[in-house]
Design a protein around this ligand. Sequence first.
Ligand code: GLP
Length: 259
Amino acid sequence: MEVVIASGPEHAGSIGADLVDAQLARNPASNIGLATGSSPLPLYRELIERCSAGRLSFEQARAFLLDEYVGLPDDHPESYRRFIERELTSQIDLPSSALAGPDGSMAGLPTAGARYEQLIEQAGGIDLQILGIGSNGHIGFNEPTSSLMSRTRSKMLTETTRRDNARFFGGDLELVPHHTVTQGIGTILDARHVVLIATGSSKARPVHLMVEGPLTAMVPASALQLHPHATIILDEESAADLVTAAYHREAYSQRPTGR
Ligand code: GLP
């Protein structure tokens, strides 16, 4: 894992934006995987700014959501499709038809996973996947004990995750859906480059377990230890529990360029 310790969330966002920028420079028709949650928001703001300034274009790109709640009406402001449209894709030049996400409708549930896997495969796979991490170490909505080889499927949320996400539903736990459709851990590991952003002190423990803990289904993000190209962007607070922080700082400052 390449671990980068930024000076704060905005700096983390700009380092993440540089990676997206480099990917689109290599291939303007890249497939970019998008995560929701608060952690990638500074990165998304930076992408919007660069697009508005004409320094970056998503015109030929495609975007794929990481996960979606089950059973929210299409126009619900907290569905992940609406979230990502509001926070990013409506403010950049990505064509609206180029945004795809898992089908979170009740009717579509039995086949939602297989259909989404097929869609990603037919598009040629995800080139760069943006991720956050849950306070319990989840990625996407792959809760602890998820199979490390899982593919896109429906998952039930833990109470911890529903409580964490209640802030997006006016603080009312009852309004947070119980079920989701999420890319599996195996699906995420298939992305050619994974960029995970974690900021703030509530992420210090899951970050420590992801980077330094054993590979275990109890910490789904630890599966990224298996990925050949995973970049973990932290701030000082989320890096606070890393025993290897000094090593990562030095490795990053002396990194070979061109990657
Ligand atoms: C949700 C999303 C995850 C995200 C996590 C962390 O559970 N499904 O993709 O990483 O929240 O969110 P935040 O960045 O707001 O802490």
